[in-house]
Design a binder for this molecule. Sequence first.
Ligand code: HEC
Length: 134
Amino acid sequence: MRESKSLRAHAPLTGLAATLVLALSLAGPAAAGDAAAGKSVFNSQCAMCHTIAAGGPNLLGPNLHGIVGRTAGTMKGYNYSPAMKATGFAWTAEKLTAYLPAPAAMVPGNKMPYAGLRPAQKVDDLVAFLETQK
Ligand code: HEC
């Protein structure tokens, strides 16, 4: 009798713990991108205009090898828009996460003909992939 009483008392706590574990496991994958998934996002969304390999050619868009940490608008031999050249910032994971869903809004007047990548998970995956390409 005493035992079953104490089990009942603990039941709500067990439920709370299970909810917390579930919440953490759901939040986990969204917090960080998956570079392997990001590679296929790159291939389907970006590769028609951008090469990623070291020393790859500029296509309609500039080569993106080492883009994380590179100053915007500075790939040798590529003819950037005045807007991209004028940004003056270096590409970080945060900047790319802001640019890729809304290129025209983040760098007004830039000439990348791309409406924007969604959902946020694809952006996180793609940025994780770009971070590995240096
Ligand atoms: C239809 C062609 C096209 C597609 C698709 C495209 N881009 Fe671009 N991208 C461009 C062009 C053109 C520029 C040059 C923009 C400028 O000079 O204003 C550019 C510029 C960039 C820059 C700035 C590069 C630098 O050196 O500062 C980044 C970063 C970038 N693109 C990433 C991506 C990623 C990641 C994708 C896939 C989600 C993508 N782009 C899809 C054409 C494209």
